[in-house]
Design a protein around this ligand. Structure first.
Ligand code: NAD
Length: 665
């Protein structure tokens, strides 16, 4: 059967033979055995409803075994035999070009070159799923291949509920991931309901088919590190010879040394897992590997003396580095941490003074002891950081729940008011006021032709558009514009493409719209093929997350999720090709609501209308909310937008003088 025929058949007519698990593939961790026997029977019953009755006997015991072995039913047998990767859009069987664009993106997110655990349909972040099982994948691809532009596919956590009649202007796909009744949003609820096969953790971009490999994270981390140094440096000074100390060389954290090199500082990234550190070194993402603390110290001193831009991976525990650098009185200019503290008890954070192997044993065999060790380590970790910050180090939380978990462990990380943390998060201090409040966020695009030449042309177009905008930009956003022009000009040189031909940059509503318009023109002139636009959920308006994206909201509304919900609804009727909304993302299940979109540009006038309307709302929804929260930069940005957009009329806050409030209570 051809690739097209296999897509059109969906669940195969004949029971496929069992295949062996491929070698050398990074396998998802075995999940918690959390279901009772009755619930396990329910999980198998749920899985079998995808298949005809006459297969049930054969599949029931196989699925029961998968549940026993892996804690989930992935239906490995149904994984198709064809290669999964982003094919050129014209190779997908479809009645709707929009639907074929979505197939390109799904296959990109499951491409073994892109995905973390491709056999388990996990794209990144350990549990960021595109689908829960292979039956969902097969059915979804079939629906997409057969649907028209007057239907919408509704997807519940990977499960395609079906095609419903809609209209040409409606999204082709509406996705929800992990949406729960709020009281059922604890981590164990995810374990249980995911094991039952009724929900999934979509992370941010995995469950919305918008992940484009490590490029997104390198760009975001570069913007953060560069702006962190700007906060502490005098005018005219630069990051050369200055130290950025952090931890983690994993999925996202592995971008830190590369970003440090682009920002031109000395980066030290401690990584407890030798395999992770070696992998990043082999990939060229970190320059030097060191095993001992003495070697680390002498290499850092050498780098400072020689004014080197270098990134160093220290194989060991980050707590040791903070403590020893204090003893040696080595000044750390910028400090952060990207251990996976959003999952502290299952290997996200390795406690100091315990070997990696011993920690892994404790996780399995003595979870309560492990928890105590993690908390003890977090207290020590924080104490060492405090000693450095007293000497002038600028420390920020990298959205990994470091301060949250440290505070829960009783570490000295609270501010005097006992409500806030002592240190800002990277969004509170850097991305929020410097980017999101002005509407700058991680806009991205994918060239669906699959041609590298198309990507080159889009890079050129984007650079020209940004330069034109910058000429008339106010002072407040000049730095952001310049950073992104530099980024896009160097983008090809940085060799960041993995999987689809994709690019990312930070732009505000004006930038996103003008770049998209220029792409649409180039498509209509036949210079490039169709383009999918999207963005990271980690953006101005898409994500409500009190310890991350919305941590710089101070009017009490950071614990609400109205903005993200409005965003997905608002985008859906303004022209998005698909929309998604998720519970859970980088900071954990129950801790965040985040959403995104995909928008196909095909060179038509209709595309132009859609992009203008949708991208404008997609950014300005969040700017308006940030302005209502009294953020100065957002008030500036939304007033500017109202001046040039006649039918935008946003409610502005009146600022109350402090003396009025002082004696009230
Ligand atoms: N990069 C970003 O822009 C960004 C943004 C927001 C949040 N985050 C958060 O950063 C965290 C890391 O993400 P990831 O994808 O890299 O996770 P990951 O689990 O792949 O990597 C974390 C790494 O930290 C290492 N580690 C754990 N404890 C350690 C210790 N005590 N000393 C030294 N190394 C230790 C682990 O071995 C692992 O390799 C997550 O919580 C994520 O949500 C990152």
């Amino acid at each position: 059967m051809t690739f097209q025929e296999q897509i059109l058949q969906g669940i195969p007519q004949d029971l496929p033979s069992k295949s062996k698990y491929p070698e050398g593939v990074n396998r998802a961790p075995k999940r918690k055995d959390i279901l009772s026997n009755d619930e396990k029977r329910l999980a198998v019953q749920n899985a079998l409803r995808y298949f005809p009755k006459n297969w049930h006997n054969a599949l029931a015991s196989e699925f029961a075994q998968e549940l026993k072995d892996y804690g989930r039913i992935y239906m490995y047998r149904f994984k198709p035999k064809y290669k999964i990767y982003a094919r050129p859009i014209s190779e997908y069987p479809a009645k709707s070009v929009q639907a074929s664009a979505i197939m390109v993106m799904i296959q990109n997110n499951l491409d073994p070159a892109v995905a973390q655990h491709p056999e388990e349909l996990i794209t990144y972040g350990g549990n960021g799923a595109v689908f829960q099982n292979w039956a969902q994948y097969l059915l979804t691809m079939k629906y997409l291949a057969t649907m028209t532009n007057e239907q919408t596919l509704h997807m519940y956590s990977g499960h395609p509920m079906g095609l419903f009649p809609s209209s040409k202007n409606a999204p082709r796909v509406v996705i929800t991931n992990g949406m729960m009744i709020p009281n059922y949003s604890q981590p164990d609820d995810w374990e249980k309901f995911n094991a039952l096969g009724v929900t999934q953790y979509g992370q941010m971009t995995a469950g919305s088919f918008m992940y484009i490999g490590p490029q997104g994270i390198v760009h975001g981390t570069t913007i953060t590190v560069m702006n962190a140094f700007r906060k502490i440096l005098q005018k005219g000074d630069n990051p050369n010879e200055k130290i950025f100390l952090t931890a983690g060389l994993g999925g996202m954290s592995g971008a830190q040394p590369k970003a440090g090199n682009i920002a031109k500082c000395i980066t030290i990234a401690a990584e407890i897992n030798r395999k992770a550190a070696t992998k990043r070194h082999e990939q060229g993402w970190v320059d030097v590997l060191v095993d001992t603390m003495d070697d680390l110290i002498s290499r850092v001193i050498q780098a400072q003396q020689n004014k080197e831009v270098v990134s160093i991976a220290y194989i060991g525990n980050v707590v040791d580095v903070w403590e020893r650098f204090d003893e040696e009185d080595i000044f750390i200019h910028v400090g952060s941490d990207q251990t996976s503290l959003h999952i502290p008890w299952t290997g996200g954070y390795y406690p100091v003074d315990i070997s990696y192997e011993e920690s892994n044993r404790l996780i399995r065999e003595e979870p309560e002891v492990f928890k105590e060790k993690v908390q003890e380590s977090l207290r020590r970790h924080s104490e060492a950081i405090n000693k450095h910050t007293e000497k002038g180090t600028y420390f920020f939380d990298y959205g990994n729940a470091f301060l949250l978990e440290a505070s829960r462990a009783g570490a000295d990380v609270m501010a005097e008011n006992k409500i806030d943390f002592k240190y800002p998060s990277y969004v509170q201090d850097i991305l929020g006021p410097m980017c999101f409040d002005y509407g700058f966020g991680p806009f991205r695009w994918v060239c669906t032709s699959g041609k590298p030449e198309d990507l080159d042309k889009t890079d050129e177009i984007a650079a020209i558009v940004l330069q034109e905008i910058m000429e008339n930009s106010p002072e407040e956003i000049q730095l952001q514009m310049q950073d992104n022009i530099t980024w896009i000009k160097d983008a090809k040189k940085n060799k960041m493409v993995v999987g689809s031909q994709a690019r990312i940059l930070y732009a505000d509503a004006e930038g996103r719209i003008k770049i998209a318009q220029a792409f649409n023109n180039a498509i209509s002139e036949g210079k490039i093929g169709p383009i999918v636009l999207g963005r990271d959920h980690h953006d101005v308006s898409g994500t409500d997350s009190p310890y991350r994206e919305t941590s710089n909201i101070y009017d009490g509304s950071k614990y609400t999720a109205d903005m993200a919900i409005h965003n997905v609804i608002g985008d859906s009727f303004r022209g998005a090709t698909w929309v998604s909304i998720h519970n859970g993302g980088g900071v954990g299940w129950g801790e965040v609501i985040n959403g995104g979109f995909g928008l196909l540009l095909d060179g038509t006038k209709e595309s132009e209308n859609r992009l203008k309307s949708m991208l404008f709302y997609d950014v300005n929804n969040g700017v308006a909310r940030r302005s209502w929260a009294r953020n100065d930069e957002a008030m500036f940005a939304i007033k500017r937008e109202m001046e040039r957009t006649s039918n935008l009329n946003v409610t502005l806050p009146n600022i109350v003088e402090n003396k009025i409030l002082k004696g009230l209570f």
